[in-house]
Design a protein around this ligand. Structure first.
Ligand code: KG4
Ligand code: ZN
Length: 362
Protein backbone atom coordinates (compact mmCIF):
# COMPACT_ATOMS: atom_id res chain seq x y z
CA UNK A 1 0.00 0.00 0.00
CA UNK A 2 1.28 3.48 -0.82
CA UNK A 3 0.36 6.35 1.49
CA UNK A 4 0.68 10.04 0.67
CA UNK A 5 1.15 12.39 3.61
CA UNK A 6 1.43 16.09 4.25
CA UNK A 7 3.47 16.71 7.42
CA UNK A 8 3.88 19.88 9.50
CA UNK A 9 6.40 20.74 12.20
CA UNK A 10 6.20 23.96 14.22
CA UNK A 11 7.22 22.97 17.75
CA UNK A 12 10.09 25.42 18.23
CA UNK A 13 11.95 27.73 15.84
CA UNK A 14 11.71 25.96 12.48
CA UNK A 15 8.62 25.99 10.30
CA UNK A 16 8.70 22.87 8.17
CA UNK A 17 6.34 21.18 5.74
CA UNK A 18 6.86 17.94 3.81
CA UNK A 19 4.90 16.08 1.17
CA UNK A 20 5.90 12.47 0.69
CA UNK A 21 4.79 8.97 -0.16
CA UNK A 22 5.68 5.79 1.66
CA UNK A 23 5.31 2.16 0.65
CA UNK A 24 3.94 0.22 3.58
CA UNK A 25 4.38 -3.52 3.57
CA UNK A 26 2.09 -5.10 6.16
CA UNK A 27 4.59 -7.90 6.80
CA UNK A 28 7.31 -5.45 7.84
CA UNK A 29 7.33 -3.07 10.75
CA UNK A 30 8.71 -0.04 9.01
CA UNK A 31 8.05 1.38 5.54
CA UNK A 32 9.82 -0.19 2.58
CA UNK A 33 10.66 3.10 0.93
CA UNK A 34 9.77 6.76 1.08
CA UNK A 35 9.70 9.32 -1.69
CA UNK A 36 9.81 12.98 -0.66
CA UNK A 37 8.31 15.38 -3.21
CA UNK A 38 8.48 18.54 -1.17
CA UNK A 39 10.42 19.45 1.95
CA UNK A 40 11.16 22.91 3.25
CA UNK A 41 12.47 24.17 6.58
CA UNK A 42 12.18 27.91 7.22
CA UNK A 43 14.57 28.67 10.04
CA UNK A 44 13.85 31.49 12.46
CA UNK A 45 17.49 31.89 13.50
CA UNK A 46 17.62 35.51 12.36
CA UNK A 47 14.55 36.43 14.45
CA UNK A 48 15.93 34.89 17.64
CA UNK A 49 19.63 35.64 17.18
CA UNK A 50 19.52 39.07 18.88
CA UNK A 51 18.11 37.43 22.02
CA UNK A 52 20.59 34.52 22.20
CA UNK A 53 17.76 31.99 22.37
CA UNK A 54 14.24 31.25 21.19
CA UNK A 55 11.58 33.81 22.16
CA UNK A 56 8.27 31.87 22.24
CA UNK A 57 6.02 34.74 21.13
CA UNK A 58 8.27 35.57 18.16
CA UNK A 59 8.42 31.87 17.26
CA UNK A 60 4.61 31.59 17.10
CA UNK A 61 4.30 34.73 14.97
CA UNK A 62 7.03 33.56 12.58
CA UNK A 63 5.31 30.19 12.14
CA UNK A 64 2.08 32.00 11.37
CA UNK A 65 3.85 34.07 8.72
CA UNK A 66 5.24 31.01 6.90
CA UNK A 67 3.17 27.91 7.43
CA UNK A 68 0.41 28.86 4.94
CA UNK A 69 2.89 29.54 2.14
CA UNK A 70 4.68 26.24 2.68
CA UNK A 71 1.40 24.29 2.69
CA UNK A 72 0.41 26.06 -0.51
CA UNK A 73 3.72 25.11 -2.17
CA UNK A 74 3.24 21.49 -1.08
CA UNK A 75 -0.29 21.46 -2.51
CA UNK A 76 1.03 22.84 -5.82
CA UNK A 77 3.55 19.98 -5.83
CA UNK A 78 0.73 17.52 -5.12
CA UNK A 79 -1.06 18.79 -8.25
CA UNK A 80 2.11 18.76 -10.35
CA UNK A 81 2.90 15.16 -9.41
CA UNK A 82 -0.70 14.00 -9.87
CA UNK A 83 -0.86 12.49 -6.39
CA UNK A 84 -3.46 12.85 -3.61
CA UNK A 85 -2.76 13.49 0.06
CA UNK A 86 -4.31 10.72 2.21
CA UNK A 87 -3.64 12.20 5.63
CA UNK A 88 -2.06 15.13 7.43
CA UNK A 89 0.55 14.65 10.20
CA UNK A 90 1.46 17.34 12.71
CA UNK A 91 3.63 17.72 15.81
CA UNK A 92 1.43 17.67 18.93
CA UNK A 93 4.25 18.26 21.39
CA UNK A 94 6.39 18.63 23.33
CA UNK A 95 7.24 22.16 22.30
CA UNK A 96 6.37 25.82 22.74
CA UNK A 97 2.64 26.06 23.21
CA UNK A 98 2.04 29.02 20.88
CA UNK A 99 4.29 27.54 18.21
CA UNK A 100 2.58 24.13 18.41
CA UNK A 101 -0.85 25.68 18.18
CA UNK A 102 -0.03 27.38 14.88
CA UNK A 103 0.91 24.02 13.33
CA UNK A 104 -1.93 22.05 14.88
CA UNK A 105 -4.55 24.58 13.85
CA UNK A 106 -3.16 24.77 10.31
CA UNK A 107 -3.16 20.97 10.09
CA UNK A 108 -6.64 20.74 11.53
CA UNK A 109 -7.89 23.26 8.97
CA UNK A 110 -6.24 21.34 6.15
CA UNK A 111 -7.52 17.94 7.31
CA UNK A 112 -11.03 19.27 7.85
CA UNK A 113 -11.16 21.01 4.47
CA UNK A 114 -9.95 17.85 2.71
CA UNK A 115 -11.93 15.52 4.96
CA UNK A 116 -8.83 13.42 5.59
CA UNK A 117 -7.43 12.03 8.88
CA UNK A 118 -5.17 14.11 11.08
CA UNK A 119 -2.33 12.32 12.88
CA UNK A 120 -0.76 13.84 15.97
CA UNK A 121 2.93 13.04 16.44
CA UNK A 122 5.24 13.13 19.46
CA UNK A 123 8.22 15.30 18.52
CA UNK A 124 10.81 13.37 20.58
CA UNK A 125 9.79 10.01 19.09
CA UNK A 126 9.83 11.59 15.65
CA UNK A 127 13.46 12.75 15.95
CA UNK A 128 14.54 9.10 16.00
CA UNK A 129 12.53 8.04 12.94
CA UNK A 130 14.98 9.28 10.25
CA UNK A 131 17.89 7.66 12.12
CA UNK A 132 16.03 4.35 12.16
CA UNK A 133 14.96 4.44 8.52
CA UNK A 134 17.23 6.54 6.34
CA UNK A 135 20.89 6.04 5.43
CA UNK A 136 21.04 9.53 4.04
CA UNK A 137 18.83 12.38 2.93
CA UNK A 138 19.69 15.59 1.13
CA UNK A 139 18.35 17.79 -1.66
CA UNK A 140 19.40 15.10 -4.17
CA UNK A 141 17.05 12.66 -2.46
CA UNK A 142 13.91 14.55 -3.51
CA UNK A 143 11.61 12.75 -5.95
CA UNK A 144 13.42 9.43 -5.74
CA UNK A 145 12.53 6.27 -3.85
CA UNK A 146 14.70 6.01 -0.76
CA UNK A 147 14.94 2.44 0.48
CA UNK A 148 14.38 2.28 4.25
CA UNK A 149 16.73 0.32 6.48
CA UNK A 150 15.52 -2.32 8.93
CA UNK A 151 17.64 -2.42 12.05
CA UNK A 152 17.67 -5.08 14.78
CA UNK A 153 16.21 -4.45 18.22
CA UNK A 154 16.61 -3.79 21.08
CA UNK A 155 18.44 -0.58 20.27
CA UNK A 156 19.73 2.14 22.56
CA UNK A 157 18.53 5.58 21.47
CA UNK A 158 19.72 9.04 22.40
CA UNK A 159 17.75 12.15 21.47
CA UNK A 160 19.95 15.20 21.98
CA UNK A 161 18.57 18.51 20.88
CA UNK A 162 17.99 22.02 22.17
CA UNK A 163 14.91 20.96 24.07
CA UNK A 164 15.55 17.31 24.92
CA UNK A 165 18.20 15.01 26.26
CA UNK A 166 16.63 11.59 26.55
CA UNK A 167 18.02 8.08 26.48
CA UNK A 168 15.65 5.26 25.59
CA UNK A 169 15.57 1.56 24.89
CA UNK A 170 13.80 0.82 21.62
CA UNK A 171 12.28 -2.62 22.09
CA UNK A 172 10.94 -2.51 18.54
CA UNK A 173 10.42 0.02 15.77
CA UNK A 174 7.33 1.26 17.60
CA UNK A 175 8.08 0.75 21.30
CA UNK A 176 10.30 3.20 23.21
CA UNK A 177 11.10 3.07 26.94
CA UNK A 178 12.80 6.12 28.48
CA UNK A 179 15.73 5.15 30.74
CA UNK A 180 17.53 8.46 31.26
CA UNK A 181 16.79 12.18 31.18
CA UNK A 182 18.51 15.42 31.99
CA UNK A 183 18.18 16.92 35.45
CA UNK A 184 18.46 20.43 34.08
CA UNK A 185 19.41 21.67 30.59
CA UNK A 186 19.20 19.75 27.35
CA UNK A 187 22.62 19.26 25.77
CA UNK A 188 21.93 21.62 22.84
CA UNK A 189 20.60 24.22 25.26
CA UNK A 190 23.95 24.12 27.08
CA UNK A 191 25.74 24.68 23.74
CA UNK A 192 23.41 27.64 23.13
CA UNK A 193 23.99 29.18 26.56
CA UNK A 194 27.76 28.82 26.42
CA UNK A 195 27.71 30.36 22.93
CA UNK A 196 25.64 33.26 24.25
CA UNK A 197 28.14 33.87 27.05
CA UNK A 198 30.99 33.87 24.53
CA UNK A 199 29.17 36.09 22.02
CA UNK A 200 28.92 33.40 19.33
CA UNK A 201 25.26 33.94 18.51
CA UNK A 202 22.39 31.49 18.20
CA UNK A 203 22.22 28.53 17.63
CA UNK A 204 25.34 27.81 19.62
CA UNK A 205 26.09 24.24 18.54
CA UNK A 206 27.49 24.83 15.05
CA UNK A 207 29.44 27.93 16.20
CA UNK A 208 31.02 26.09 19.14
CA UNK A 209 31.85 23.09 16.97
CA UNK A 210 33.65 25.35 14.49
CA UNK A 211 35.66 27.13 17.21
CA UNK A 212 36.43 23.83 18.98
CA UNK A 213 37.92 22.41 15.78
CA UNK A 214 40.68 25.08 16.07
CA UNK A 215 41.90 23.54 19.34
CA UNK A 216 41.97 19.73 19.09
CA UNK A 217 43.68 19.33 22.51
CA UNK A 218 42.39 21.97 24.95
CA UNK A 219 44.50 22.64 28.04
CA UNK A 220 41.44 23.66 30.08
CA UNK A 221 39.41 20.77 31.49
CA UNK A 222 35.80 21.05 32.61
CA UNK A 223 34.26 18.38 34.87
CA UNK A 224 31.82 16.46 32.74
CA UNK A 225 29.94 14.03 35.01
CA UNK A 226 27.81 13.89 38.12
CA UNK A 227 29.85 11.59 40.34
CA UNK A 228 26.84 10.05 42.14
CA UNK A 229 26.78 6.42 40.92
CA UNK A 230 23.02 6.18 41.46
CA UNK A 231 22.70 8.71 38.63
CA UNK A 232 24.60 6.65 36.05
CA UNK A 233 21.94 7.20 33.42
CA UNK A 234 21.12 10.80 34.33
CA UNK A 235 22.34 13.78 32.34
CA UNK A 236 23.20 17.20 33.74
CA UNK A 237 24.80 20.14 31.98
CA UNK A 238 24.38 22.92 34.54
CA UNK A 239 27.69 22.03 36.25
CA UNK A 240 29.65 22.24 33.00
CA UNK A 241 27.96 25.55 32.21
CA UNK A 242 28.88 26.99 35.60
CA UNK A 243 32.49 25.82 35.17
CA UNK A 244 32.60 27.61 31.83
CA UNK A 245 31.29 30.81 33.42
CA UNK A 246 33.79 30.59 36.30
CA UNK A 247 36.70 29.99 33.92
CA UNK A 248 35.61 32.89 31.71
CA UNK A 249 35.41 35.15 34.77
CA UNK A 250 38.84 34.01 35.93
CA UNK A 251 40.32 34.81 32.51
CA UNK A 252 38.72 38.27 32.51
CA UNK A 253 39.58 39.21 36.13
CA UNK A 254 36.03 38.78 37.39
CA UNK A 255 34.31 40.82 34.67
CA UNK A 256 30.51 41.11 34.57
CA UNK A 257 28.91 38.24 32.67
CA UNK A 258 27.66 40.58 29.93
CA UNK A 259 31.19 41.96 29.33
CA UNK A 260 32.99 38.62 29.15
CA UNK A 261 32.51 38.12 25.41
CA UNK A 262 34.25 41.35 24.52
CA UNK A 263 37.16 40.79 26.93
CA UNK A 264 38.15 37.27 25.95
CA UNK A 265 40.63 36.83 23.10
CA UNK A 266 39.72 34.71 20.09
CA UNK A 267 42.23 32.09 21.24
CA UNK A 268 40.66 31.96 24.72
CA UNK A 269 37.16 31.59 23.25
CA UNK A 270 38.34 28.76 20.99
CA UNK A 271 40.00 27.03 23.95
CA UNK A 272 36.84 27.28 26.09
CA UNK A 273 34.67 26.02 23.21
CA UNK A 274 36.90 23.01 22.71
CA UNK A 275 37.01 22.15 26.44
CA UNK A 276 33.24 22.61 26.79
CA UNK A 277 32.44 20.49 23.75
CA UNK A 278 34.81 17.79 24.98
CA UNK A 279 33.14 17.68 28.41
CA UNK A 280 29.60 17.65 26.96
CA UNK A 281 30.41 14.86 24.50
CA UNK A 282 32.24 12.86 27.20
CA UNK A 283 29.07 12.92 29.27
CA UNK A 284 26.88 11.72 26.39
CA UNK A 285 29.30 8.88 25.61
CA UNK A 286 29.66 7.92 29.29
CA UNK A 287 25.88 7.66 29.73
CA UNK A 288 25.52 5.53 26.62
CA UNK A 289 28.25 3.19 27.90
CA UNK A 290 26.55 2.96 31.31
CA UNK A 291 23.26 2.08 29.62
CA UNK A 292 24.97 -0.66 27.61
CA UNK A 293 26.31 -2.14 30.88
CA UNK A 294 22.88 -2.08 32.49
CA UNK A 295 20.87 -3.31 29.50
CA UNK A 296 22.38 -6.40 27.94
CA UNK A 297 21.66 -7.53 24.39
CA UNK A 298 21.53 -4.07 22.77
CA UNK A 299 22.20 -4.48 19.04
CA UNK A 300 22.32 -0.93 17.74
CA UNK A 301 22.84 2.66 18.87
CA UNK A 302 20.52 5.30 17.42
CA UNK A 303 21.25 9.02 17.77
CA UNK A 304 19.16 11.98 16.67
CA UNK A 305 18.40 15.63 17.41
CA UNK A 306 20.33 18.82 16.60
CA UNK A 307 23.44 17.82 18.60
CA UNK A 308 23.72 14.61 16.55
CA UNK A 309 24.98 16.86 13.73
CA UNK A 310 28.18 17.44 15.74
CA UNK A 311 31.07 15.72 13.93
CA UNK A 312 33.26 15.38 17.04
CA UNK A 313 30.38 13.58 18.77
CA UNK A 314 29.85 11.30 15.77
CA UNK A 315 33.55 10.42 15.82
CA UNK A 316 33.41 9.44 19.50
CA UNK A 317 30.32 7.34 18.85
CA UNK A 318 32.35 5.21 16.43
CA UNK A 319 34.41 3.89 19.35
CA UNK A 320 31.45 2.48 21.30
CA UNK A 321 31.72 -0.88 19.55
CA UNK A 322 28.17 -1.27 18.22
CA UNK A 323 26.67 -0.16 14.91
CA UNK A 324 25.65 3.51 15.22
CA UNK A 325 22.73 4.98 13.30
CA UNK A 326 22.76 8.77 13.29
CA UNK A 327 19.98 10.76 11.65
CA UNK A 328 21.09 12.08 8.24
CA UNK A 329 22.74 15.49 8.78
CA UNK A 330 19.91 17.37 7.06
CA UNK A 331 17.33 15.68 9.31
CA UNK A 332 19.07 16.08 12.70
CA UNK A 333 17.38 19.39 13.47
CA UNK A 334 13.63 19.90 13.49
CA UNK A 335 11.97 18.99 10.18
CA UNK A 336 8.65 17.78 8.82
CA UNK A 337 10.01 14.62 7.17
CA UNK A 338 10.61 13.09 10.59
CA UNK A 339 7.06 14.01 11.65
CA UNK A 340 5.62 12.40 8.54
CA UNK A 341 7.53 9.14 8.81
CA UNK A 342 6.78 8.90 12.52
CA UNK A 343 3.08 9.29 11.67
CA UNK A 344 3.27 6.12 9.59
CA UNK A 345 3.98 4.18 12.80
CA UNK A 346 0.84 5.48 14.44
CA UNK A 347 -1.20 4.16 11.58
CA UNK A 348 -2.01 0.49 12.00
CA UNK A 349 -5.45 -0.33 10.53
CA UNK A 350 -6.25 3.08 9.17
CA UNK A 351 -5.13 6.42 10.53
CA UNK A 352 -5.89 7.58 14.04
CA UNK A 353 -8.48 10.27 13.61
CA UNK A 354 -8.32 13.78 15.02
CA UNK A 355 -6.15 13.34 18.08
CA UNK A 356 -6.39 16.82 19.49
CA UNK A 357 -4.19 17.83 22.37
CA UNK A 358 -5.91 18.89 25.57
CA UNK A 359 -5.28 22.56 24.87
CA UNK A 360 -7.38 22.37 21.72
CA UNK A 361 -10.27 20.31 23.09
CA UNK A 362 -13.52 22.18 23.32
O1 KG4 B 1 16.66 19.26 17.14
P1 KG4 B 1 16.76 20.74 17.16
O2 KG4 B 1 16.71 21.47 15.85
O3 KG4 B 1 15.66 21.41 18.02
C1 KG4 B 1 15.07 20.91 19.18
O4 KG4 B 1 14.22 20.00 19.08
O5 KG4 B 1 15.49 21.40 20.23
O6 KG4 B 1 18.12 21.06 17.92
C2 KG4 B 1 18.63 22.35 18.01
C3 KG4 B 1 19.81 22.30 18.97
C4 KG4 B 1 20.35 23.67 19.31
O7 KG4 B 1 20.50 23.75 20.70
C5 KG4 B 1 21.70 23.68 18.60
O8 KG4 B 1 22.68 24.49 19.25
C6 KG4 B 1 22.08 22.24 18.63
O9 KG4 B 1 20.89 21.54 18.42
N1 KG4 B 1 23.03 21.93 17.56
C7 KG4 B 1 24.29 21.47 17.78
C8 KG4 B 1 24.90 21.38 16.50
N2 KG4 B 1 23.98 21.75 15.56
C9 KG4 B 1 22.84 22.08 16.23
N3 KG4 B 1 24.95 21.19 18.91
C10 KG4 B 1 26.23 20.78 18.80
N4 KG4 B 1 26.87 20.68 17.62
C11 KG4 B 1 26.25 20.96 16.45
N5 KG4 B 1 26.91 20.85 15.29
ZN1 ZN C 1 13.45 18.83 18.01
Amino acid sequence: MIQTLLALETSCDDTSVALFQAKIDSTKNNPEWIKVYYHKVVSQYASHQPFGGVVPEIAARDHLAHVGTLIQEAVEMEKEKGIKIDACAVTLGPGLIGALMVGVLAARGFATARNIPLIGVNHVDAHLAPALLLHQFDSQSLNSEIACKQISYPALALTVSGGHCLMSILHSYEEREVIGKTLDDACGEAFDKVAKLLGLGYPGGPAIEKRAAEVPQPTIQFPSLIQDKSKNLVFSFSGIKTSVLLKAKELTNGANTADIKSLLSKAQINEICSAFQKAAIAQLIDRLKNALKEHVGIKNIVVAGGVAANQAFRKELENIGLPVHCAPLTLCSDNAVMIGIQALKIKKDGFTNHPFPRYLKA
